[in-house]
Design a protein around this ligand. Sequence first.
Ligand code: PEP
Ligand code: MG
Length: 889
Amino acid sequence: MTKWVYTFGDGTAEGTADMRDLLGGKGANLAEMCNLGLPVPPGLTITTEACNWYLGNARAYPDELAEQVNTALAHIGKVAGRDFADAKRPLLLSVRSGARASMPGMMDTVLNLGLNDESVLALAEGVGDERFAYDSYRRFIQMYSDVVMGLDHEVFEEILEDEKARFGHELDTELTADEWKQVIARYKSVIEEELGQAFPQDPQQQLWGAIGAVFSSWTNARAVTYRQLHDIPSGWGTAVNVQAMVFGNLGDGSATGVAFTRNPSTGENTLYGEFLVNAQGEDVVAGIRTPQNITEAARIEAGSDKPSLEKLMPDAFSEFLGICNRLENHYKDMQDLEFTIENGKLWMLQTRAGKRTARAGLRIAVDLAEAGMITKQEAIGRIDPASLDQLLHPTIDPSVSRDVIGSGLPASPGAATGEIVFTPDEAVEKSEAGKKVILVRVETSPEDIHGMHAAQGIVTSRGGMTSHAAVVARGMGKPCVSGAGNIRVDIRRKLLLTESGPLKEGEIITVDGSSGQVLRGSVPMLHPELSGDFGRLMEWADGSRRMKVRTNAETPADANVARKFGAEGIGLCRTEHMFFEDDRIVAMREMILAGDEEGRRTALAQLLPMQRADFVELFEIMKGLPVTIRLLDPPLHEFLPKTDEEIAEVAEAMKVEEELLRQRLEALHEFNPMLGHRGCRLAVSYPEIAEMQARAIFEAAVEAGAKTGEHVVPEIMIPLVGMMTELEYVKKHIEKVANDIMEEAGQKIDYLIGTMIELPRAAIRADVIAEAAEFFSFGTNDLTQTTFGISRDDASSFLSTYQKKGIIERDPFISLDIAGVGQLIRMAAEKGRAGRPDIKLGICGEHGGDPTSIHFCEELALDYVSCSPFRVPIARLAAAQAALKGEDA
Ligand code: PEP
Ligand code: MG
């Protein structure tokens, strides 16, 4: 018989922390906390397998489930001293989702389940507070009707507003028990009117409704989007946690809160958290009331006049502090905790590895390793390489004066500038149109995720450090200021109201998520500091790494940035990018449009000194490191004039008739330029181009070598080779130039000639091609394009549909298609080594900076990966993780 249900409570549990695939993160950790003897309200977890069964069987439950749930409920009842079916001593339940990976706020929750017209009386009597009991009942009706019965919560909000006005109250807390009863009566009748059925009174019916709703919420639109953004497979499913309710809203001796064992923004080793007196869990995250600090130190730092938990409930606080330390030591990682204090008694509701900024992640990993709690290798494995991106982006130059228009909490660090938008849809629209935007909201909710994703930064006028906006922005690595109380958002008139006047939609602001300030206009930014924890972890990573990390760069600026980020050479210098500058494009056009070889050679002679100077500079910057220079690759007409004005200008410069020029342009037109006259095919047609480039490279090598005293060994790379004969033909011309220059310079030049593998035929014939190539660099952009037969320039229009429809998991132009393109690479690597055992192998397509693809490169034992400068640190870390994983295996 399948076991679908696992119980926990009273110091024991059927599950453990390592059962998260089956029990979800929340369920596994609740079990673990019980096993550690911590105070956890008793409960049961229904497995993720049950969810998948339910979703795969037309929303029916597996046969044995009901019986297993009932047995578990009886166990919970025994521990709690109450009975679910007993209206006189009711056991009230919370029903919550809990997937393998945390998906905050994406799925559904029902609290106070089990309340009905009868048990509400018992609750009132039991806690001695009738008002509390009816408030709980109406909350339950509202939540249940929304989550399970699908009735929009606004219906209830309208009734509540209406009743408050009728009774002359402003706040919910002013309603008396009798007034709540009247609200409840209206709630019930609106449910009957709208849905044609009564609100269920039977606790069993309530429970199964809630379980089904939580399972189904796995497939709601919010959850689906979240999974897509975070690469969470749809097949995981969610577990359901059913737990005895504890109440943080039983009066001033009760409270509820969330805490991190270390600061999730900076990583500092101090307990960090917020709580609300007399409140239920959702109130803290909802950001409606501004929470209080847990520790006295944090309260003083925040300048808050509301008492800390440490002062207000010292006993519960010190027990909590002990539990925090225990959990952190147990899990050997920073924990994110939820707790409730019911009449002075502390209950733990959740623990999990806390989400943190990249900066905090680094600091925590380094601190834990230095404290000996984890090894350096574990520290390396703790950091998501992609998260380093957050650290590599600009912050506001501290020396400039700031025009501060609002301030709030520094909810997620970094800085960004953009146009003000007020709705998530506008954020998406404008960003798709190429604009940078800042999303400004009163507060955010899970419905806003797409807009937050599209925005550069987020500002909210309400909410704390654990509000939705803060948590999600930190996860996304976007700067966020939350709870900026001195601004107002007038969404109707699309105005941001500040003390220094209103700002309209489209006006530019800057968010500084590190200081919590919102500034008018754009401000100068500084590049990040790469020392400290970052430097330490990178040093450890470099010590564990086998593959080299190079960069794709052709400008001195990029090459310098890449070196600062630790690049160990250039893996791809796309020389065509060097021909677009004003003075060069004219000579380039003259070369292309020349009618014969002589004309081309004359134009090329003008380009030679410019190319040479470029290469000298690159060799100097990369002193002592390898530099791979690729010969001209794109189809020639990419360089040609397009507008009438440009054509007239070029005709004039070349002193030819415009008409003649147009004829030549027409002749160069190609139907399918990506598969046309490009790559080595250009060098076969016009070897003089390759000769000029080779001359520039060799002369630069001699010159830079003399200048720096460091011998330069250029690596010349021939693109888009499909046949060994193409490579041999071009190679011969390059070798001739090399010999000429060695003679001219009277010195020997060491160099390598290799090719890109970016056509399936090249992969298939790699053993033969390797005879002529000293190195291969996998051009996975073109190789993906040519293997799939999908144009890399047109793919985005339909690949996103493929992803939405589940036809592909990830865009193969971003993350290598290991099953297909990867197999060609594997074959080419093997054949290449068979043809030339010491062949040097690397990758220089976009995938060279993608962590998953880098793991694959390590598996194939490539010598290096090459990626854009800002991805170099990511690649260094990913390469280290890949090497360590290889060691484990
Ligand atoms: C490639 O095709 O992967 C490559 C690196 O070259 P490019 O992107 O310039 O075509
Ligand atoms: Mg290419």
